[in-house]
Ligand binder design. Sequence first.
Ligand code: ATP
Length: 883
Amino acid sequence: MPTTSSTSATPTTSMTSLRSGRTVPFTPKRPLSQDDIPAAARFVRANTPLNDQPQPAKKYKSSISAESRVRSTVSTSATTTRPKTPSKSNSHSNLSANLHLPSTPTRSRSTTPAPPSPSLSPRKRNDSRAASPLPGVELSKMDVTNVDPEEALVDYQNVDVSSGDIDEAMLRQIDRGKEDKVLVSVRIRPSTKPSAWTHSTTNRTIKLDPTHAKSGTQPQEFRFDEVLTGSDNRPVYNSAARSHVCAAMDGYNAVIFAYGQTASGKTFTLTGDDEHPGIIPRAMKDIFAYIRRTPTREYLLRCSYLEIYNESIHDLLSPPSSSLTHAPVSIQGIGDNVVLSPLREEVVTSLKGVKGVLERGYANRRTASTDWNERSSRSHSVFRVVVESRERGSGGDETGTNGRATPAPVPPTPGGTRLQSRGGRSVQTSVLSLIDLAGSEKATSDKDRTREGKYINTSLLTLGTVIATLGENAVKGKTDHVPFRNSKLTRMLQPSLSGNARISVICTINPEPGAIAESTSTLLFAQRVKRVQLNAQKKEIVDTEALLERYRKEIEDLKRRLAEREAEAPTRTRRLSAREQLDESRAMGDINSRIRQLTKLILTSQSVDEAKGDESRPASPSKLDFDLSPYQLQQELLTARRQLETQATQILSLEAALLARPELPPDAPESEKDRVLAEQTKTIRELEIVVRGYEENLGEPLRAVREDVEREWAGRLEKEMRLRVEKEAWAEELVRQLEKEKNNRNKLEEERRALAAFVTRFDALGLGVQTAIPARLRHQDTGNSISSRTSSRKSSFNIGFGLAALPEEEREREETPSPVKLLPLRPAMMEHVNLMEQTPVEEAWSDVGDVSFDMPAEVEKGKGRADASPLRSVLAGKENTPL
Ligand SMILES: Nc1ncnc2c1ncn2[C@@H]1O[C@H](COP(=O)(O)OP(=O)(O)OP(=O)(O)O)[C@@H](O)[C@H]1O
């Protein structure tokens, strides 16, 4: 039997935590002095938009000017020196407390990588120097560009023990959210006022109380995956977020976001407070717990924190004041390939590291006091964790003295994979995005807040439209355009919303009667989200990398054989006959060419991947299908560029390896010098092979691709311009025709009036011909009748003469109603039409043909002539007739 309850049954005082038996402090995010205001009043003021109490909240309103950002930013250099304003400190301490951090790491391997050592690659040394662009502003050493990914790996052995362990409940949750639908939950915020809604947590339904419904209407019942109440964040996390956190650890992209009216509890759900840690701290704990229970894999975790404020993206970990070369974060990439750049990413290896990142980011968030929420989020904030993992290797085969064989390659594109696949072990990458949306709101009393509110509402509206279109497309099998680009938020979420992510949405509502409209709108949004179709896929860099590993191994093997032969050469050649020497040199040539061939294969590994089954032949870019659309060609170009970048990285690595070789002292034995010389010759040869491969394989074809894309685009542009010119000409012609038509009409009207006057006079003369004159010539509507007659005459003219005389294709064009088709009318034809338009009065005149007086001969003669209007002739003839 479902238990139906109303939130009204849970007043503030009864929102006592059942666990603790204490009153849940509805801590405003910017708390007042606790002594000043009684707890109940504090909650009412902080949460209730329409309470009838005075609103001292204004008193605590703080500006969110750039200045305040700078203040909080500069202080981020060390968490200890950050000014602890009362408003922020509570949040920070919430975060720290929520993460339950240990004082020191307890495992053998340090969880925090050491500062970059000078023995590392030159690139790394440069980065660490550039890491402090401002005096006094020390940026995090965990910035991903400062950290060697191989040294920041977290695995079950070195993971922070404070992360706890995964409980059975978590394992049960893993399967949740596997369906191809969005997991939609509704969370009803506790309230002191009676609730306007009835709900059932067991049936997962919510419905407007009929007493609040419009008279005569039956309120709609909404059903979701979860209906949650109360202040405990644990059940919310367990049922609405945990499955998705696990999915992210398992290799799927996952997005969890809170949506709802301002002050309905989004931030409370995502961040929580001391007593009720929210989704973010709980998720981070689970991530480390997951690593602990997965002995087969090693992980690299990178975090970023950004906000979208007034439609621009701000990096919360790298605010403007911390960098001299600050550039705004922009969204790059095409379609579902979204890259945020420049965006600071920090490697985290422990909960403590996560805490630091969250604290700094949170301190830079824009919040302000509004009429409804003392610390309202004025932006959409996104906390992202990139999870990279690979199987743990045996260890011996791949590392050199400092744990690596070559310097860490720079990832080819911003936001790309950092971890390298090793020995055929693939790297799995996924992103967990935890999003606290700004709340939709009504007009507010503050000007700045109103402006922000406009941006907030617009982007939420776009989110609604995007969701609605995606839902429609999914339900009706349509492919309607989805306006992702209409807001930064939707563009950023495009890859996830397009389906390649597991999504969980927690819609928060305020149950009070004063917020029925907003709550209904939130529930309708939730309903639409439920219809969106998902198809999340794991992203695994498997084939290419594995193949590369195979090729690399073979190359190494061949080089070893080549070196052995070269070393033996002096003694062997003496023993060999001329023929055998020739064979020997051929064999060496074969080995060299195989090395070259394999190098080419590495260079075009991506293409090789596509040309499955024919691995010996590199798929050359010259095989490109130029029937592809410009978009597809562009994609090809991007792929080629990426290969090029990989090659450039390889060259850099080899050069760095060459430089890193120890120099010999001057008194070193000759044999040692010869050995070093031979090694260097070998390295030079390797470099030559790589460079040649690059030149042969990518240089020219890449240019060719670029030229083809450019040519294709130039062709399209030319065509577009031609069309435009034609259209403009058409428009001009149309205007001319209209002008002509207008003149004709005026003329016709003039003539009609003259004729009517003439007829009236004629009547006045008592010549008794009224009945013979068509009535319309004597009334106001005459003109219309004449013009309609004219047009019917014109069309009969067309059919009778013009079209019959035209060739087939022109006749077709004439029959098409589009004005564009008028353009190719032959000038002679146009003349006919003009003549028709210029002499409509003869039509009218034919109607008065039975007027019982003789027509002057000139009138008869003038019929059908453009320049001699019969009416004018008539009028001229009658000019001196006495009236
Ligand atoms: N379920 C809940 N239990 C207890 N307190 C809550 C709950 N939901 C919200 N609150 C309290 O209500 C106040 C407003 O909540 P919160 O700031 O999370 O709203 P919001 O939706 O993020 O608002 P905005 O969009 O303006 O940022 C906070 O003081 C918060 O502690």
